[in-house]
Design a protein around this ligand. Structure first.
Ligand code: ADP
Ligand code: MG
Length: 336
C-alpha cells in the first residue's frame, strides 16, 4: 500500500521554466509511492515548456515585484500546497525569508535559511565561509586588492560576486586585460584561475539538515551555464568533503548543488554553492539517487532514514532539446 492513502497532495514548482525532466521525475516518484499527487507550476510567461506540462499553471508577477510572495501565498492557500520547490536562484532569498508564513499554511518550502542563501548568493561570502571552515577554494579578492598586489599569478578569473549562469565571466592574462574587463563586469571579483576537471555535486539534505547522499558528476560539456553532457563519478573524497561542507553551512532541506574543480594534483577546490536543484540533477536521479521519492517520503512519513551511495557510477547523460506544442486557443494566448 502507498503511504499517500490516495489523498491528493499538491506540489508547487516556482519559476518552473524548462524543468520538464525534474517535473517528470517527481511524477514518477509519486507513482512509485502510489501517491495521488498534483503538480502545479508558476512562471511569468505561458511560453514555458514545463509550465505547460503541469496539472495547473499560474502566471505570476516577476520575483522583483513587491507582491511576489503574496501571490505565492494565495496560490498555496487556495490549492492546499504541501510542498513548494524552487528551481532557480531568483526567488530563494524571498522564500527563505518568508518560509514561516508558508509553514503556517501547512506548506514545506524546500529552501535553506536566509543567512545560508545569503552566503551562497555572494561569492565573497562563500569564499570567507569556505576558508574559515578549512575547505579548499581558489584565492579570491577584490579588483583593488588584485591590482595592488606586486605579484599575481596569471591567468586570473573574473566574475561578478552576485553572478549566475556563467554571465560576465572572463579569464585575463595580464594587468591591462584585468583593468579592461573589471570595468565592464559589474560587481567584479578576481579569482585564482583553476585548471582541472570541473564537477558538480547534488547533495540530498533531509528535513533534519543531515546530508544523506552526495552524487558527484563531471561536467563534460556545458551549454549556456547548464551541463549538457555529464558523467557520474563516485569519488569518495569529493563525497565526504561535499557532505561536510553542506552540514557545516547548515544548508537545506532539499537538494544543494556544489561546484568544484578536481585539480591535476588531486585537490578538491570548491567554487560555488547553489542551494537548490541544479539543472543537471536528472543524471543523479537516473543513476539511482531518487531525490524526488525521498523528498515525498519525508514529507508524508516524517522520519526517513536514508543514507545512500548505491548510485550507478560512470553513468553518462547526453542531453538534447525536446518540444512542447501549443495549439489553438492556448497558442494564440501564449504567443501574444
Ligand atoms: N576560479 C576559476 N577558475 C577557472 N574557472 C572558473 C573559476 N571560477 C569559475 N570558473 C568557471 O566559470 C563557471 C561559472 O562560475 P561560477 O562560480 O559557477 O558562477 P555562476 O555559475 O554563478 O556564474 C564555472 O562553471 C567554471 O567553469
Ligand atoms: Mg555556477
Amino acid at each position: 500500500m502507498g503511504i499517500g492513502n490516495r489523498k491528493l497532495i499538491s506540489i508547487l514548482f516556482t519559476c518552473i521554466g524548462r524543468r520538464v525532466s525534474l517535473l517528470n521525475s517527481f511524477r514518477r516518484a509519486a507513482r512509485q509511492l502510489k501517491i495521488n499527487a498534483s503538480f502545479l507550476g508558476t512562471d511569468t510567461t505561458e511560453l514555458s515548456s514545463a509550465l505547460q506540462l503541469c496539472d495547473r499553471s499560474f502566471l505570476v508577477k516577476p520575483v522583483a515585484h513587491s507582491g511576489y510572495i503574496k501571490q505565492l501565498l494565495t496560490i498555496v492557500k487556495t490549492n492546499k500546497i504541501k510542498l513548494l520547490v524552487p528551481t532557480v536562484d531568483l526567488d530563494l532569498k524571498l522564500l527563505a525569508q518568508n518560509k514561516a508564513k508558508f509553514a503556517a499554511m501547512g506548506c514545506c518550502v524546500l529552501v535553506s535559511p536566509p543567512e545560508v542563501v545569503d552566503i551562497c548568493q555572494d561569492k565573497r561570502k562563500t569564499y570567507s565561509f569556505l576558508v574559515k571552515n578549512g575547505f579548499d577554494t581558489p584565492l579570491t579578492m577584490s579588483v583593488r586588492a588584485a591590482l595592488s598586489k606586486k605579484k599575481l599569478n596569471w591567468p586570473c578569473f573574473l566574475k561578478p560576486w552576485d553572478g549566475y549562469a556563467s554571465r560576465g565571466n572572463a579569464a585575463v592574462s595580464n594587468r591591462k586585460e584585468l583593468l579592461f574587463f573589471a570595468k565592464r563586469i559589474p560587481n567584479c571579483i578576481v579569482q585564482e584561475f583553476i585548471k582541472g576537471a570541473e564537477h558538480t555535486c547534488d547533495v540530498y539534505v533531509d528535513l533534519c539538515l543531515k546530508a544523506r547522499c552526495v552524487v558527484p558528476r563531471k561536467r563534460i560539456e556545458v551549454r549556456a551555464g547548464e551541463v549538457s553532457k555529464g558523467r557520474v563519478v563516485k569519488h569518495p573524497r569529493i563525497m565526504s568533503e561535499a557532505a561536510r561542507l553542506v552540514e557545516k553551512l547548515g544548508a537545506g532541506p532539499g537538494i544543494i548543488t556544489l561546484q568544484l574543480f578536481l585539480t591535476d594534483d588531486d585537490k578538491v577546490k570548491f567554487i560555488e554553492i547553489n542551494p537548490r536543484f541544479g539543472g543537471g540533477v536528472p543524471l543523479s536521479i537516473k543513476a539511482g539517487a531518487n531525490f524526488p521519492k525521498w523528498i515525498l517520503r519525508e514529507l508524508l512519513a516524517s522520519k526517513v532514514n536514508i543514507r545512500f551511495d548505491g548510485f550507478k557510477d560512470n553513468l553518462v547523460m547526453l542531453r538534447y532539446d525536446g518540444e512542447v506544442w501549443l495549439e489553438d486557443a492556448n497558442a494564440r494566448r501564449a504567443g501574444k
